[in-house]
Design a protein around this ligand. Structure first.
Ligand code: AR6
Length: 173
C-alpha cells in the first residue's frame, strides 16, 4: 500500500527519509523540528548550517525542500521542508503545502530512495486547519505517486485525533 497513516513519534521510524516541518532558517525550532534535532544529535544542526543561505537567514524558502543525513536517527536521511503559515487561506497556503510534499518526494526520487514518512506539515505552530491540510497532503501525494510504484509513504500523526483526520482525507480521496 503506497500511503499508510500511523500514530507515532516520527523520530522512531527506520525509513529511508523522514520529513521535517522546519522553518526557513533550518536551524531548529519547536514541535517536530525540535524533536528531530534532539534525536539526530548536534551533527544535524551543523549539516543544516552548512547549507547555503539564499537570503539572509533563509536556507529553505516556504514550499521548497533540502536534504541532510539523519545522523543518530534510525532514518538515513532528513528532508527538511517549510510549510506555509496559515493566513486564512488567502496567501496560496494550499499550493505551498502541496509543493512541500511534491518537492520532498522529488528529493527522495533523485536519491533513489523508497520509503518516506511525513509529519502533519503546518498543522502545529503554523496553524493550518488539520482537515484542510490533510486533504491537500493526500491529494499531492496521490498525484505524485501515480507514476511510481516503488515509493512507500507513511503519514505520521502525533495524536489519534490527527490520525483520524488524515485517515478520513485518505478515505475521501
Ligand atoms: N513526531 C510526529 N509528529 C510530531 C512530533 C513528532 N515527534 N512532534 C510534533 N508533531 P509543528 P508546523 C506534530 O508545530 O506547524 C517549528 O518550531 C504536531 O503535533 O511541529 O509546520 C519549526 O521550526 C503537528 O501535528 O510544525 C517551525 O518554526 C505537526 O507535527 C514551525 O514549528 C506539525 O507541527 C513549523 O510549524
Amino acid at each position: 500500500m503506497p500511503i499508510q497513516i500511523i500514530h507515532t513519534d516520527i523520530t522512531r521510524l527506520a525509513v529511508d527519509a523522514i520529513v521535517n516541518a522546519a522553518n526557513p532558517s533550518l536551524l531548529g525550532g519547536g514541535g517536530v523540528d525540535g524533536a528531530i534535532h534532539r534525536a539526530a544529535g548536534p551533527a544535524l544542526l551543523q549539516a543544516c548550517r552548512a547549507l547555503p543561505e539564499i537570503a539572509p537567514g533563509v536556507r529553505c524558502p516556504t514550499g521548497e525542500a533540502r536534504i541532510t543525513p539523519g545522523f543518530a536517527l534510525p532514518a538515513r536521511w532528513v528532508i527538511h521542508t517549510v510549510g506555509p503559515v496559515w493566513h486564512g487561506g488567502t496567501q496560496d497556503e494550499a499550493q505551498l503545502l502541496e509543493r512541500c510534499h511534491r518537492n520532498a518526494l522529488q528529493l527522495l526520487r533523485e536519491r533513489r530512495l523508497h520509503t518516506i514518512a511525513f509529519p502533519a506539515i503546518s498543522c502545529g505552530v503554523y496553524g493550518y486547519p488539520a482537515a484542510q491540510a490533510a486533504a491537500v497532503a493526500v491529494a499531492a501525494l496521490r498525484d505524485a505517486l501515480a507514476t511510481t510504484d516503488d515509493i512507500d509513504v507513511t503519514l505520521c500523526c502525533f495524536s489519534d485525533v490527527m490520525r483520524a483526520v488524515f485517515q478520513h482525507a485518505l478515505d475521501q480521496a
